[in-house]
Unconditional design. Structure first.
Length: 494
């Protein structure tokens, strides 16, 4: 979240001819001055953490006045209120700063994911202020907002009216909904996306509010992008309720009248399952069993490895708070995030245990990264190792070890997954390739456990030891015990 990460250029904090000329770090709804130069300045930090790719919340211009949202005056600091597709917001440094960041990231072998919004625009976009024709916007004008029930697309009993409301309803009155059935609207969005991919060297697109877009349009824009850029990554974002719903919006194995073609989705179901697994007691369908059950439903996906998995994001409570600031639970979810199928996504600040719940607003989970502003106290600058406390440094190191290990691990990047039914809270899965076997073992139960290795012989056969990926310690499998709450990522050795 560029506005909240680091301020690399104080001169662009306020741009005089924009509609909102406020910038106030004491107001959580205001802009805070973070920018693309700030992100660029921290590429070494991100590199050390093991980050390979940057997903920025949208960089496009948001020249909107402060808007009323739930009784607050809110700025478009988050980037989701486009007013001009072809301009990067000048408060982020404009087109040039985005070019520079992209070049600097690529020079380090890092990649850029851009956040796309095809569904809506800000109410001060030129398309809304002066529409080329009456049918560029869907017409329900906020009177019938979408009901958010994605079931209408695959429910065999759904009513057409319910479906249209989902597609055409305006999120809120200041986010006009684009009519992608209009060929010019579709062409505008496709041409912009191809242009931006080329212009900025975009490596992938995260497509916001995926489930609210005209379905045939989504397939068309994905096809057009991949035809121009065959190695591009595209994944959708939809906060959905079931694995079936998530699979519906990507390539899948389900017979429905419409077949989506996106490579993958942000996997909310996997997120909720990992959180439950760390938080709840294991029962018939709770705790680690929920994670087991959720993964078993991967049968729905054509390729579950293309999903993007995560613990939290800018719309959610921060995971460290959700898990009660419990380090052993954090270790569990980190182990799963970096070893399960799919591409792991980490929200800024999670690595240094930033905390908070959403309290009537998302702004509380979008706080400034400590040390990202020139005026910040150096002793609290968490970009610097010497300013982090033991827990923060422990978390940073843990992620850095896992993420960097993952980069060259054939089992984690290309290997298969095998999981075993959890027993009394003991949950094991394996990632394995012809060259490597990784065991991820968690004791979410209440007793000390010595695993019965015979049960896991399909994957354990031929191995007698394991190396802890984090500490490097080598253990003998036969004498290995786990205390309650312990979780390890281990590479099996002969
Ligand atoms: Ca700035
Ligand atoms: Ca829509």
């Amino acid at each position: 979240m560029t506005d909240r990460f680091a301020n690399g250029d104080k001169t662009n904090d306020i741009v005089k001819n924009y509609r909102d000329t406020t910038c106030n770090r004491n107001d959580k709804f205001s802009r805070h001055g973070g920018d693309l130069k700030g992100v660029q300045n921290q590429l070494s930090y991100l590199n050390e953490l093991g980050v390979t790719t940057l997903w920025l919340t949208p960089v496009n211009e948001n020249d909107m006045p402060l808007m009323n949202e739930w009784g607050n005056k809110v700025a478009g600091y988050h980037g989701y209120w486009f007013t001009d597709h072809y301009e990067v917001d000048k408060r982020f440094g404009g087109n040039e700063a985005y070019q520079n960041l992209s070049k600097a990231a690529h020079a380090r072998g890092m990649k850029i994911i851009q956040d796309a919004i095809y569904n809506h625009i800000g109410s001060y976009h030129w398309i809304a202020l002066d529409p080329p024709s009456d049918d560029w916007l869907n017409s329900s004008q906020g009177k019938n907002p979408p009901h958010h029930r994605e079931e209408v697309f695959f429910d065999p009993y759904a009513a057409e009216q319910d479906k249209r409301q989902m597609l055409d309803g305006w999120f809120v009155p200041h986010l006009p909904d684009l009519n992608q059935r209009n060929r010019d609207v579709a062409r505008f969005l496709i041409q912009y996306s191809i242009w931006a991919t080329e212009e900025y060297g975009v490596d992938g697109w995260r497509v916001d509010t995926y489930k609210y877009n005209e379905e045939s349009f989504l397939n068309e824009i994905n096809t057009c992008l991949l035809r121009e850029f065959p190695s591009l990554t595209v994944f959708g974002e939809s906060w959905v309720t079931t694995p079936l719903a998530n699979a519906y919006f990507t390539r899948n194995n389900v017979k429905t009248p419409f077949a989506h073609n996106a490579e993958g989705m942000l996997d909310f179901q996997n997120c909720f399952a990992m959180i439950s697994a760390a938080k709840e007691e294991a029962g018939w369908s709770t705790g680690v069993v929920k994670l087991y059950l959720t993964l078993a439903q991967d049968v729905l996906y054509a390729d579950p490895m293309k999903n993007c998995i995560f613990l939290d994001n800018h719309d959610m409570d921060r995971v460290y708070s959700v898990l009660g600031e419990d380090w052993s639970k954090m270790r569990m979810v980190y182990n799963w995030l970096f070893t399960l199928r799919g591409m792991p996504q980490l929200y800024y600040g999670t690595e240094v245990l930033m905390k908070n719940f959403k309290v009537n607003t998302d702004a509380t989970v979008r706080e400034d990264f400590p040390g990202g502003w020139p005026e910040d106290d150096r002793s609290k600058n968490l970009f610097l190792k010497e300013s982090r406390n033991l827990l923060q440094q422990g978390s940073f190191d843990y992620i850095s070890k896992l993420a960097n290990f993952r980069k060259t691990s054939s089992a984690l990047t290309q290997g298969r997954l095998m999981q075993y039914i959890p027993q009394n809270g003991l949950y094991l899965y394996f990632r394995y390739s012809p060259l490597q076997t990784i065991m991820v073992i968690t004791n979410a139960g209440k007793e000390v456990v010595s695993p019965n290795w015979d049960r896991y012989s399909e994957r354990i056969k031929g191995f007698s030891k394991a190396r802890d990926v984090i500490t490097g310690t080598i253990i003998e499998l036969n004498s290995f015990q786990l205390k309650p709450g312990e979780s390890y990522v281990m590479e099996l050795l002969k």
